[in-house]
Design a protein around this ligand. Sequence first.
Ligand SMILES: CC(C)(COP(=O)(O)OP(=O)(O)OC[C@H]1O[C@@H](n2cnc3c(N)ncnc32)[C@H](O)[C@@H]1OP(=O)(O)O)[C@@H](O)C(=O)NCCC(=O)NCCS
Length: 168
Amino acid sequence: MKILLDTLAEADLADCHALFVDAVHALGRRHYRPEQCAAWAPPGAMPDAWRDGWARRLARAWGVKALADDGRLAGFAWLLFDGEFDMLYVAPWAAGRGVGSRLVGALLYEGRRAGLAALTVYASHGARPLFERAGFVVERDHLAWRDGVALENWIMRASLAEPGRAAR
Ligand SMILES: CC(C)(COP(=O)(O)OP(=O)(O)OC[C@H]1O[C@@H](n2cnc3c(N)ncnc32)[C@H](O)[C@@H]1OP(=O)(O)O)[C@@H](O)C(=O)NCCC(=O)NCCS
């Protein structure tokens, strides 16, 4: 199956939310307990407050989506203009084929082109190896609190100033 990358738009956010819930509950569960997955991505329709919050964040970010040749959304990601990698999710049926790495690579290109010196990410356990391959290094561990539930993740950083440190 061919996967193509395209610009992510606000109109894609409802599909992104459905993919996000699927990804967390099918892939995130390899590293997080069910109650952690439920707090991270509450199942069900996208609440209006989330829609508004995601739209506001995407408006100040480079966003990219991965589409299969049959039109299905295979993944999405966005990088805030201030250099924080805010979103990275891949559909369970598309996982493990390099889609996440391609999304990260496309956004690294945007960050570098805009002249950012460094990027940061709060990486999940599952995403840490992918970000390491892309040139990010772990600064420290971190706890993100969602609905009173703690989720362990990793604060990682990539320097774009040194050529070759962060892979395209
Ligand atoms: C983390 C996540 C985005 C990774 O997406 P992905 O598309 O599966 O990522 P990749 O395919 O690029 O890499 C995943 C694995 O596939 C393997 N892989 C990469 N390219 C491949 C290819 N062309 N063929 C076969 N396998 C491949 C890699 O070895 C990698 O293994 P590792 O990371 O365990 O070392 C996805 O699992 C996800 O959405 N998880 C739930 C939510 C989450 O944790 N999001 C990140 C928040 S920071």
